[in-house]
Write a protein that binds this ligand. Structure first.
Ligand SMILES: Nc1ncnc2c1ncn2[C@@H]1O[C@H](COP(=O)(O)OP(=O)(O)O)[C@@H](O)[C@H]1O
Ligand SMILES: [Mg+2]
Length: 274
C-alpha cells in the first residue's frame, strides 16, 4: 500500500477533537444530485434529483424499498461514485470537481465508513486496523488515540487480537472505532447491523448514537431495518431515486408503517417532505 506524507491536519491537531460539535455548519449538502446508469431508452435514473442538508452532530437514517437508490445515494454522498449532475459538499468542501487522488485523500482523512461486512483486514491486529486510516492518509499513527477509541467501543482489552478472534459484534465495534479515529466530518454506515443478531445490533447502534451525542459525530446510515432506523434523529425515505418524506424521532413501528406504505405503492411519487 502507498503511504503518503500529507499536508493536511493531523486528527489530533484539530481543535477539540473529543469535544461536542459546535452545531454550526453543514456536514453534508447535496444539491440537485442525479445519477443515471446507462443511456437512451435503457437508462436507469437511480437518483432523480436529491436535495439534502444535514447539520453536524446529527444521526440520519435513509430507508427505501429495494432499488430505490439507497446504495447509489450513499456512494454519491461519500465520494465513492460521481453524480451525473448536481453537487455534493462534505464538511463545507465541494467534492464535485475533485480528482480521484483528492477524493481518496478526503475519504481517508475526513470520512469514516462502517459496512455490513465489517471490512477489517484479517492479517492486522485490532489496533492496526483502527490505525489504518491514519496510516493510509500519511498521518502519524497515534496509538493513544487508537487506545481511546477502542476503550470508547468497549474493546480496550482486544487491541492485540486479530479480527478472526472476535465475534461479529466485536468486529463491527472495531470498525466503528476505525471510523472514529480521525474525527471525521461524516461517518457513512451501509447496513451496519445487517450481519448481526438483534442484541448485538442494538449495541452497535448504541455506539453510533453515542458518537453523535457525546463526540458530535455526524452519522448517515442506510438500513432496511426500522428498529435500526429508530436510533436515528431523523429517517428519510427514498422512493424511485427521490426523497419521499421524512420522520423525526419516529418509533420502529411508525417507521415500519411508512416503509410498508412506500413498498405497497412502488410507483408513488415524492410526497411533501415533512
Ligand atoms: N451499476 C449499475 N448499473 C446499472 N444500474 C444500476 C447500477 N447500480 C444500481 N443500478 C440501478 O439503480 C437503481 C437503484 O439501485 P440501488 O442504489 O442499488 O438501490 P437500493 O440500494 O435502494 O436497492 C436500481 O434500479 C438498480 O438496478
Ligand atoms: Mg442497496
Amino acid at each position: 500500500m502507498r503511504l503518503r506524507s500529507g499536508r493536511r491536519q493531523k486528527a489530533d491537531d484539530r481543535p477539540d477533537a473529543e469535544a461536542p460539535a459546535t452545531a454550526s455548519g453543514l456536514a453534508v449538502e447535496l444539491r440537485g444530485v442525479r445519477r443515471r446508469y446507462g443511456r437512451g431508452a435503457g437508462a436507469v435514473h437511480a437518483l432523480a434529483g436529491i436535495d439534502l442538508a444535514l447539520a453536524r452532530g446529527t444521526f440520519t437514517a435513509v430507508m427505501g424499498p429495494s432499488g430505490s437508490g439507497k446504495s447509489t445515494f450513499l456512494q454519491c454522498a461519500a465520494g465513492l461514485d460521481r453524480p451525473s449532475a448536481g453537487s455534493v459538499r462534505l464538511g463545507g468542501t465541494e467534492i464535485t470537481g475533485m480528482g480521484e487522488n483528492q477524493l481518496t485523500e478526503l475519504r481517508r482523512s475526513r470520512l469514516g465508513f462502517v459496512f455490513q461486512a465489517f471490512n477489517l483486514l484479517p492479517s492486522l491486529t485490532v489496533e492496526q486496523n483502527v490505525l489504518l486510516p491514519m496510516r493510509l492518509a500519511g498521518q502519524r499513527q497515534d496509538r493513544r488515540r487508537a487506545e481511546a477509541v477502542l476503550a470508547r467501543v468497549g474493546l480496550a482489552d482486544k487491541a492485540k487480537r486479530r479480527p478472526g478472534e472476535l465475534s461479529g459484534g466485536q468486529q463491527q465495534r472495531v470498525a466503528i472505532a476505525r471510523a472514529l479515529v480521525t474525527s471525521p466530518d461524516v461517518i457513512f454506515a451501509d447496513e451496519p447491523t445487517g450481519a448481526l443478531d438483534t442484541g448485538t445490533a442494538a449495541e452497535v447502534l448504541g455506539l453510533l448514537r453515542q458518537a453523535v451525542d457525546t463526540l458530535g459525530a455526524t452519522v448517515v446510515m442506510v438500513t432496511h431495518d426500522p428498529a435500526a432506523a429508530a436510533w436515528a434523529d431523523r429517517v428519510l425515505f427514498l422512493a424511485n431515486g427521490v426523497f419521499a418524506g421524512g420522520l423525526e424521532r419516529g418509533s420502529a413501528e411508525q417507521i415500519a408503517a411508512r416503509m410498508a406504505a412506500l413498498t405497497a405503492r412502488p410507483g408513488a411519487m415524492a410526497e411533501a417532505v415533512a
